[in-house]
Each structure stands twice: as C-alpha cells, then as structure tokens.
Ligand binder design. Structure first.
Ligand SMILES: Nc1ncnc2c1ncn2[C@@H]1O[C@H](COP(=O)(O)OP(=O)(O)O)[C@@H](O)[C@H]1O
Ligand SMILES: O=C[C@H](O)COP(=O)(O)O
Ligand SMILES: [Mg+2]
Ligand SMILES: [Mn+2]
Length: 593
C-alpha cells in the first residue's frame, strides 16, 4: 500500500476548517462565521448585513487554492469568501449563509469561477437569495486559454485572472457604485483577461496518494488549478521557452479569447501554483515582460508576481494577461485591506467569531421531523435501501477518488462519502421514513448541508425534482410507478440545469438507462422488484460504457481522449453502485416478508 502524501495536517477532513482558524488568527480584519461546522465563510470583521452601505462582493469555491479566495476578503476587495471542501464548490447553504451575513440594501455581486459545481451551487444560492429579497448579480469568470474552441458545455475554466476581477469589483463597490455598475465592471474585466497554466508535478490531495503522472522528465501545458491532466504533456523546456508558448497561446488571434492587439496596455499576473519558489516565478515574470513589450508591442502597465491562486502543492505557474484601460488600472491601484492582495493591510484585534445569521434547517423541520417510532412495511424497505446505498458509496470512496484523480480533480469519492455519511446520521435522527416523498426531501437537505462540488448540486437537484414529483402524485402510498416517474423527472431537472444528456460521460449515463429499463419493465407488467434489479443492471452497464465516451460535460471535458479511454466516469460509477445496492436491499427486504 502506498501511503498518502506527506503533509503538515491533522485529520484530512478538517483541513479547510483549520485553515480558516489560522487565517482569522493571522488577520484580525477577518472573521469566521461560527456555529455550524459545514458552513465555512470568511468575512470582513466590521461588516454586517444591517450596517453595510456598499455592494457586497462575494466569491468562493473549492479550497486548495489558498490564498484564494479567503485571503482576498478585506475592505476594497471581497466582502466575504465561501470556502468549499478541497476542490469541491461550497454547498448552497454555505453560500446563502455568506450572502445573508453581509448583504445590505445595495445588494450583492457573486463572482464565480466557471466550474460546473460552482456555477450550479452559486446559481441556486442566488435564486434562493432573490426569493428572500436580496438584490443579487452574478459574474462568471472563465479566463482559461489552454483549450481551443469549440468547448463542451463546461466552457473555459476560471483561473487566476479571477483575482484581478475580484480587485476591480471590490474597488468599484468601495467607490460606492450601484450593483449594476459593479457587476458591469466585473463582467468587463472578466472579458479582458486570459490565463494559461503549466506544471512540472501533480498536486497531492490531503489524505490521498500522490499520482506520478509526469515522472522526472515531462511537464504539462495548459492545465487548470485542480490537478486534472493538461492539454499536452511535453519534455521539460527552459522557462523562457515555456513562457513564450504560454504568451502565444493566450494572445492567439485564432482563439481570440482576449481582445489584445499591438499598442494595447496590459496587466501581467504570474501566479505560482503552490509548489513553485518565488525565484522561479520571478524568472518567468522577467522573461514575460520584455517579450510582451518587444514581440507583441504591448505596454505592460502593472506586474503582479506571487502565489495568488494555487493548486495545493503543485509545482507550476500560470500567466494571466488583462487588457487594461485607465479605469481598470485605477481599480487595481485603489487601496484594499485584503491581506493577500500584494499591498499592506491592517486590522483591529482581537479576532472574533460571529454567529451564522440564519439556521439553514427551518424550525419547522426541527420541531416536526423525527424518525417514526414504528416503521411501515414501505418504511422498512426504504430504510434498508438508503442504508445499503449510502454504505456502498462510503466503501467506494477511494476508488471514486482514484478515478476522479485521473479524469477530474480527485474529490468525487470524498464529496460522495461526505453526503452518504450525513444521510446515514440524519436518517437515524429524523427521516420520516414512512413518508417516501418527505424522506427524499430530507435526503436532499442532508446533501445540501454537507455536499458541495458538482455531484453535490446534481444530487440536490435530483432530490428536489423527485420530491416534487412524489409529493404531487403519491398521496397515500408510493408505488413503483411513482418512483419511476420521480426518477424520470429528476433526470430532466439535472439535464435542464447541468446541460448534459445521454452520452456526455456523466452520471446521467447510468441514470438514464436505469430509468428507461425501469419504465419499460413496469409498463410491460414485470414484477416491480425484478424491474428494479434489471434497471440496476442497466445502470451498471451504462456506467461502464462511459469508458468509451468522449467527455462533453464537467471537468473531464478538459482531459484528452487517450486518458479517458481507460477510466469510467466516477459519477456514473457511483450511481451504478448505490442504485444496485438499493435494488439488492429492496429485493432482500421484500423476500423477508
Ligand atoms: N453537467 C453535468 N450533469 C450531470 N452530471 C455531471 C455534470 N458534470 C459533471 N457531472 C458528474 O459529476 C461527477 C464529478 O463529481 P465531483 O467530482 O463531485 O465534481 P467536480 O468534477 O466538480 O469536482 C462526474 O463524474 C459526472 O458524473
Ligand atoms: O476548487 C474548485 C472549484 O471552485 C469547484 O469546482 P467543482 O465543484 O466543480 O469541482
Ligand atoms: Mg471538484
Ligand atoms: Mn471532482
């Protein structure tokens, strides 16, 4: 057994919480929303929703990119940062807690990196916040220039250019502008910046074994900040050659990702990915500036070199180039107290914890929900199915992480395991198991509480749609036909929001065949349990068939076909596992009667 990567950590599950604890001790101008362990929000110490007379600027995303995003919280930059687990976007409830904590009457701008998980979790949180009466605008940043168009529905990744967007939005908000004006400046900035990354090594996730995909002689060009494979693997070159290649890729007139032409003014950011010494970053910056000036005819007005948005301990860097005008330069130069923006900062002691503004489980749920004293026949079957499904997901954690490490960012198993563990705990406490619809709703709220990432929000959507369908149609008893309809409507919801369908190499490639077989067999009058078991076989076959699919959604869409060709989609394999375990459990449980 290869041991996990060596790290200065305690429990790998606690790294984000313990990072924030250290951060707020270090920078007294920052506070940590206290009270609920799942909610990891860092905010400006002196801001509360009731007294805030500026537009709040909120960002966030998966952790592992420190100092992004929490290190950019401070007057003149972000008002709050929502921290997800490592490489997994934060769940909806955390984002909502952050919005509620800092948003005043002028509203809130969400600056979101373009990842499926972030887009959907922040998107749903924005919808909910609007219902609660908040003014919300969202700007999505996708500055990656590594891959040429056409890109799948995942689009361009949000990379270090996002930090420049934060600064511009934060300065515009500090200047007293309205929400529409701040959003317009942020959107404009996001359209002016392009980024590309390179790396010598792959990052090591806390508690996981490090992959040695590159070996001693190779480097990767065009990668993101999550360790997923880059666009190309090449022999190591001198940094000067690497810099030339990166500049050419960003400024390519073919992709035309940024409207920079001879004579333009630009801002340069050379960003370390966590494991690159400042010496090497400065060498890269020193080569990039004269190339931009002499070879591309650009005026380089500002240079920022340092580690601004990392990928844990990855040895690598990215270069971002933003087309600058007077207004952008003024925003970048405006003062800020954000500790990780490269200027001085101050703050008032002592650091304190302040409570999360609103409980995320409504009091209605807390008062009225409890596990029934006596389970009905259906309740027992449901309990056995949930228990089996959750247990198998927990047991599959390492395999899912390993697959996701090859075709994604290595967190799928950890995210799924977190959800499954919460489901088992909450089920014992308060799932109303005799009511199938309400139980599905509660599974959704367990997921919403602890599970971020793409899989978190997708399962959240699945549960919401299934609940609505079951609630509308299964008044007294939930029949197999109701379940089949609920599955169909959850799949439609996931397709609607996530944009993927059959053949895109996602969990839908397990869910859709399962749903079809279930519906067909039930309509043909097949015994419902046999139909469930047959549909589980279809889920498994569907999941395995993803090995041969090109990825058109999610993070795998950045990964080359050769790498994908030997690995199944982790999300689909997870579905096959829990769905099959549930079918087996239902069969066994029913035979017991
Ligand atoms: N648009 C989408 N619709 C449905 N499922 C998706 C979509 N994008 C990705 N997925 C699923 O999510 C899984 C990855 O989950 P996870 O690792 O939690 O998220 P992330 O890739 O954001 O880190 C993939 O294996 C795939 O099955
Ligand atoms: O750190 C990663 C991103 O912010 C989260 O994206 P994801 O949830 O889609 O993996
Ligand atoms: Mg992730
Ligand atoms: Mn992942």
């Amino acid at each position: 057994m290869v041991p996990p990567a060596k790290k200065f950590i305690n429990n790998p599950n606690d790294v984000v919480t313990e990072f924030i604890e250290g951060l707020v001790e270090t920078y007294p101008g920052l506070h940590y929303l206290d009270g609920l362990p799942e909610i990891k929000v860092v905010l400006q110490a002196d801001v509360s929703a009731s007294n805030y007379d500026k537009v709040a600027v909120i960002s966030g995303g998966g952790s592992g990119h420190e100092p992004a995003q929490a290190g950019y919280v401070g007057e003149g930059m972000l008002t709050a940062a929502i921290c997800g687990d490592v490489f997994a976007s934060p769940p909806v409830d955390s984002i909502l807690a952050g919005i509620r904590a800092v948003t005043g009457p002028k509203g809130c701008l969400l600056v979101v990196t373009n990842y499926t998980g972030d887009r959907l979790n922040f998107g749903l949180a924005a919808e909910q916040a609007k219902i609660e009466g908040f003014e919300i605008e969202t700007v999505i940043v996708g500055d990656d220039c590594a891959l040429p168009p056409p890109l799948g529905i995942a689009g361009r990744r949000g990379l270090a250019g996002t930090i420049l967007v934060h600064k511009i939005a934060g300065a515009a908000a500090a200047a007293g502008l309205s929400l529409a004006e701040v959003a317009a400046e942020a959107k404009h900035a996001s359209e002016m910046v392009g980024t590309m990354g390179v790396a010598l090594s792959v990052c090591a996730l806390p508690g996981q074994v490090t992959s040695d995909r590159l070996g001693p002689e190779k480097m990767e060009l065009g990668l993101g900040v999550h360790g997923e494979p880059g666009a190309a693997v090449v022999d190591i070159q001198p940094v000067e050659v690497v810099v030339s290649h990166v500049l050419q890729q960003i400024l390519s007139p073919e992709t035309n990702y940024v409207p920079i032409t001879r004579g333009s003014s630009v801002v340069l950011m050379v960003n370390g990915l966590g494991g690159t010494p400042l010496m090497e970053l400065m060498i890269a910056a020193g080569k990039a500036v004269p190339k931009l000036q002499l070879e591309y005819g650009l005026a380089v007005d500002r240079v920022y070199t340092g580690s601004f948005m990392t990928s844990l301990d990855m040895a690598g860097f990215s270069i971002s180039i933003m087309k600058a005008d007077q207004s952008i330069l003024e925003r970048l130069d405006a003062p800020t107290k954000a500790p990780s923006w490269p200027v001085g900062t101050d703050g008032s002691r002592p650091p304190a914890k302040i409570p999360v503004p609103l409980p995320f489980r409504s009091t209605k749920n807390e008062e009225f929900l409890c596990r029934p004293q006596e389970l009905s026949h259906q309740g027992k079957i449901l309990e056995a199915a949930i228990e089996a499904a959750a247990t198998v997901v927990i047991n599959l954690k390492d395999s899912l992480n390993e697959w996701d490490g090859k075709v994604g960012d290595g967190d799928c198993g950890s995210t799924m395991c977190r959800g499954a563990t919460a489901i088992l705990e909450d089920m014992k406490k308060y799932y109303p198991l005799n009511d199938a619809a309400e139980t599905v709703n509660e599974i959704g709220s367990s997921i919403r509480r602890v599970m971020g990432g793409t899989s978190g929000i997708i399962y959240n959507l699945l549960c919401k749609a299934a609940y609505a369908e079951l609630k509308a149609n299964s008044q007294s008893e939930t029949t197999p036909k109701h379940w089949s309809e609920a599955l169909k409507s959850s799949i439609s919801a996931v397709s609607k929001y996530g944009g993927a369908t059959s053949g895109y190499r996602t969990m839908l490639d397990a869910l859709i065949p399962a749903s079809k077989v279930l519906e067909e067999k039930l309509s043909a009058g097949e015994d419902p349990i046999a139909a469930f078991v047959l549909s589980a076989e279809a889920a498994t076959a569907g999941a395995e068939s993803t090995i041969h699919m090109k990825a058109q959604a999610g993070r795998s869409s950045y990964v080359s076909a050769e790498i994908l060709a030997s690995i199944p989609d982790p999300g689909a394999m997870a579905v096959a596992a829990w769905y099959s375990a549930a079918a087996r459990a239902v069969k066994e449980q029913s035979q017991g009667f």
